[in-house]
Write a protein that binds this ligand. Structure first.
Ligand SMILES: [Zn+2]
Length: 92
């Protein structure tokens, strides 16, 4: 069975059209932050088991960035929202 993602701009599309950037909760530190803060930003990820929000890009479609909530164990997708609207609301 094909894995399908509902892009808010293009509709239901195959999973292969998307690229995963990674964890959406990572916040870029201030440019003058400590080396430790930059190390954590660049290298450290939580890699949870279960529900998780990631940044995905619809590379073979609208090329928009999306916030996708999915289960890392079952790969079930719970929600897909436009990344820009999530960022405006203060989330990532
Ligand atoms: Zn799209």
């Amino acid at each position: 069975m094909a894995s399908l993602i509902h892009c808010p701009h293009c509709g239901v599309r195959p999973r292969q059209e998307f690229s995963i950037r990674g964890e959406a909760s990572v916040m870029r530190p201030h440019p003058e932050a400590t080396d430790e803060a930059w190390h954590e930003y660049v290298h450290i990820r939580t890699n949870p088991r279960g529900r998780y929000v990631e940044h995905w890009q619809h590379v073979a479609g609208c090329r928009r960035w999306l916030a996708v909530e999915r289960d890392t164990l079952t790969h079930e997708v719970f929600s897909v929202t436009d990344g820009a609207s999530v960022a405006r609301e203060g989330g990532r």
